[in-house]
Ligand binder design. Sequence first.
Ligand code: ATP
Length: 239
Amino acid sequence: MIELHNFSIGYESRKLLDNVNAAINAGSLTALIGRNGSGKSTLLRAIAGLNSKYTGNIVIDGLDITKINTHELAHRLAFVNTQRTRIANLTCLQLVGLGRTPYTDWIGRLSTKDTEAVEKALEAVGMQEYSRRTLDTMSDGECQRVMVARALAQDTPVILLDEPTSFLDLPNRYELCVLLGKLAHELNKCVLFSTHELEIAMRMCDNIVLVDNPHLHIMPTDEMRKSGLIERLFGKIVI
Ligand SMILES: Nc1ncnc2c1ncn2[C@@H]1O[C@H](COP(=O)(O)OP(=O)(O)OP(=O)(O)O)[C@@H](O)[C@H]1O
């Protein structure tokens, strides 16, 4: 699980979150929502150990992330960001194989178990046919699914995803959320993803984390629906 203790973050000009205390549980699929520029990516990057300009504590599975090294963190947490990955000559198989880095020897040789994990991850996102394709020959949506496969191959108890559905068409968005839900419910993972798709968040997630600067509200989805907070931030919408 992810815990935030007395957590504050922002940039010189603006405090985004102030003195937040929150817990995001294992075994649940949680959507992170909020208006543009509210700080969703900033929060995810901090939890992933990529932005240390915060005060307070971030605790993953009982350990403060500042007390563990990047190798140990990579065993606990996988992060999928929205940046386009278009490395020429890198195949899907190689990219997803990078997810196994925390488990391989110093030259990154994949064992049979690693190769199986890579193949299983590609299959889970429906990209097994693309394993030999290079990323520069693929669409944004295809690349995004392969990036999710890399996180699956990493096989961590916590998975963070920054707008993982942004390049996907409607069926693929739902399919990805179903997959993330399965990972949370069947493998007891803590899955947190940011999204602007309120409908998907409200229909498919167990919990919602809402950035309401400088506060962070965390509630089961039903409770959030009834709270009136979403209407207050986003206006009257049907979800
Ligand atoms: N490196 C930075 N330096 C200064 N300000 C920044 C920096 N990165 C982001 N910001 C600002 O911090 C705020 C939060 O940005 P962030 O990208 O975390 O928001 P977000 O909720 O993910 O936005 P969106 O929904 O538009 O993707 C924004 O106002 C942004 O302009």
